[in-house]
Every structure is written in structure tokens, then in C-alpha cells.
Write a protein that binds this ligand. Structure first.
Ligand code: HEM
Length: 341
């Protein structure tokens, strides 16, 4: 790239999307300590007594846990912050997913459980994820999946120019052409989020999820499954089942409109579901929203010729495009502004 563009070496990455990155000889440690401390301060819990676990095992949550609280917005902001923290805190993922089910009408008891997560955070704010540099599988799985998803999203957008146009209008309306979109803006862009969901529906980066195993025997769909049976879930086939989706093979992001808070369920599971689900889900959604959003905000995108972009799937665990996408782009006005930022 240095042969084509003027570039300067900024050294090793130390900070990215509010994550602190410490690089050692054989390890990389990623944490959100500063963000965690800011969240505790924002909710006035920075001096609270820490607890040892995020969730009391005796607590059972349901929609009828009590009266609706007056300030649902504050609850949503709480959950939004926790969701962001799950990027480097897989230990918060289960409780956060559980609490996010009650965003529509949270009650005081949901709020108390959410507060307990922050009390747990108080004693664990410097926890994070340690990657061994020779553990290629995790780094590869975490980067390749998001990269391929961005490529599929762009391929779909080039074949559906009206969807691309709508995304551009949404960005221009919400952010404008005077300032660059930031990753925190993704929450204001429901159409962009629907594009990401629809891309992951048609092109899940883990088409067969990972192998799961039954701890004990069970019966499902009339079949007796003994314990210790390996189970493969074909998410790709579920996502394209015409009995579950209208126009199952078509790219129609509008089918996800209104489902932004909680789109995942048993028919849409690009990250798996429950305790075994992908711990990188929060990071992946942010990276995808940020990357696609900035690409659309900064450039006009066009196909290289009149033919539709080739959507043939290649071979590989994460199902890449058979042929790498080629496209043309032209800088939009914001590039003049951003070069002076
Ligand atoms: C578009 C992006 C991504 C997609 C579609 C995706 C999808 C998945 C799926 C389907 C699974 C298996 C879940 C199951 O079997 O139930 C998984 C597991 C996993 N993912 Fe992701 N992932 C993405 C990005 C990431 C990122 C960014 C990271 C890390 C930074 C990551 C780390 C992992 C890890 C460590 C597992 C294994 C979890 C376990 O075995 O318990 N993924 N992912």
C-alpha cells in the first residue's frame, strides 16, 4: 500500500473504538477499563460495594417482574453500555442478553439486576481478553468473519442500488456531510443496521455454527437425542427457509425494520444463541456498522460494468465470495472536509 498511498507508520495499535490494547511479545490484551470506569461514574456507582458475580443464580426474570419503571430510556442506556462492554467482557454477555429482553417495558426488578452487573464491574473493571499471538484461530475468526460480511454487504448493495441510495440518504440526514460518522452513530441508523442483519441472514459467516454437544438426553422435533451427541445447526438453511421467510432468497433489509434492539431468535441466529453464542457479536456489529457507514458516507459506489455483481459462494468455513468483489468508488464532498480534520 505504501507504494500507492502516502502513509506514515503510527506504531503498534494502542487504542481502538474505546478499547485499550496492550501488546506484549507473545500476547495482546484488550480491555475497556476506562470505558467501564466512565460507565460506573455515569450511573453514580463508582464508589459502590463490589459483588463477585454479575447475576444472582436465584433470580428468575420475566416480563411480569413488577410495575413498569418510569424511566425506560435510562434502562436502555444502561443496557446499551453493558452491550458495548461485552466486546471485551464475555463474562457479561449472558446477563446482558437476558436483561436486553426487557428493554420495551423494564420493571424495577430488572433495573436492580442491571445495577448488580455494574456492582460486579466495580471489582472487575480491568478484566479483558488476552489473545496469544500464535492463536491464529481466534484472531483469524474474529477478523475474517467481519471482513467477509462487509464484502457481502457491499456486493448486495451494488446489486440493489435503491437500498444503497436509502442508506446514503439516512447517513446524510442523521450525520450530514460536514462531520465524519463515528461508531456511536450506528444506533441512529436503523436502515444501516437492517442492511447488516439482512447480509448476515443471507451470508452467515458461521453457516453451520460450531459443533455443540448435548449434556443430557432430550427429545426434539420427535427425535430422541442421547447425551453426548454432537449437534450441527445449519443456520444457513434456516435463514433461507421459505417457510420461515417471505422471498427467502431476496436481499430485503426492510424485513428487519423495527427489530433493531433484539433481532436474534431461533430463525435468525448468525452468531448462534444463548450461552454458546459468539462472544464477538457486539464488536462485530460495531465494526460492521462503522466500516459500512463510513464507506457509504465518504464514497459513491458503482459496479465495474453493467452486469450484476457475482454472488457465487466460495469454499471455506466462513463462506467467502467465490470471486473477490471489484467495485469503483468516487469521493463525496465530505472527503474535502475530512482531509482537513
Ligand atoms: C460478522 C462477524 C461474526 C460472525 C457472523 C460470527 C459468528 C460466530 C458463530 C456463528 C459462532 C458459533 C456460535 C455457536 O456455535 O453457537 C462464533 C463463535 C465464536 N466467535 Fe464469532 N462471529 C463474528 C465475529 C467475531 C469476532 C469479531 C470475534 C472476536 C473478536 C469472534 C470470536 C468468536 C469466538 C471466540 C467464538 C467461539 C466461542 C465458543 O466456542 O464458546 N467472532 N462466532
Amino acid at each position: 500500500m505504501q507504494m500507492e498511498f502516502e502513509m506514515s507508520d503510527l506504531g503498534l495499535l494502542t487504542y481502538f473504538l474505546s478499547m485499550d490494547i496492550e501488546q506484549f511479545n507473545s500476547e495482546i490484551f484488550v480491555s475497556q477499563r476506562k470505558y467501564a470506569v466512565d460507565v460506573l461514574k455515569r450511573f453514580n456507582l463508582d464508589q459502590c460495594k463490589a459483588v463477585a458475580t454479575p447475576l444472582d443464580p436465584n433470580v428468575k426474570l420475566s416480563k411480569e417482574n413488577g410495575d413498569s419503571i418510569l424511566d425506560a430510556t435510562s434502562y436502555r442506556s444502561f443496557i446499551g453500555s453493558l452491550l458495548y462492554l461485552t466486546t471485551t467482557r464475555p463474562d457479561l454477555m449472558f446477563t446482558t442478553s437476558l436483561l436486553s429482553k426487557f428493554m420495551n417495558s423494564p420493571s424495577n426488578s430488572h433495573f436492580m439486576v442491571a445495577k448488580r452487573v455494574l456492582k460486579y464491574l466495580e471489582g472487575t473493571s480491568d478484566y479483558g481478553v488476552l489473545y496469544l499471538k500464535n492463536e491464529n484461530d481466534i484472531l483469524f475468526g474474529g477478523t475474517e468473519s467481519s471482513a467477509f460480511a462487509s464484502e457481502w454487504a457491499m456486493s448486495n448493495l451494488l446489486n440493489n442500488s435503491q437500498v444503497l441510495e436509502k442508506a446514503k440518504k439516512e447517513l446524510d440526514f442523521e450525520i450530514g456531510q460536514e462531520s465524519l460518522m463515528d461508531e456511536s452513530d450506528v444506533s441512529k441508523l436503523p436502515h444501516l443496521q437492517s442492511i447488516i442483519s439482512e447480509t448476515l441472514r443471507l451470508h452467515p459467516a458461521g453457516p453451520m455454527l460450531l459443533p455443540h454437544m448435548s449434556h443430557s438426553g432430550c427429545t426434539t422435533q420427535g427425535y430422541d437425542v442421547p447425551s453426548n451427541t454432537t449437534l450441527f445447526v445449519n443456520a444457513w438453511a434456516i435463514h433461507r427457509d421459505p417457510q420461515l421467510w417471505d422471498d427467502a432468497g431476496k436481499f430485503k433489509p426492510e424485513r428487519f425494520e423495527g427489530a433493531q434492539g433484539e433481532p436474534y431468535n431461533s430463525k435468525f441466529l448468525p452468531f448462534g444463541l444463548g450461552r454458546g453464542a459468539c462472544p464477538g457479536m457486539g464488536l462485530a456489529n460495531r465494526v460492521l456498522g462503522f466500516t459500512l457507514g463510513r464507506m457509504i458516507q465518504r464514497f459513491e459506489w458503482m459496479k465495474v460494468d453493467d452486469r450484476a455483481t457475482d454472488m457465487t459462494e466460495g469454499i471455506g468455513v466462513t463462506k467467502p465470495n467465490a470471486k473477490p468483489l471489484e467495485a469503483m468508488c468516487k469521493a463525496r464532498d465530505i472527503m474535502k472536509v475530512s482531509s482537513s480534520l
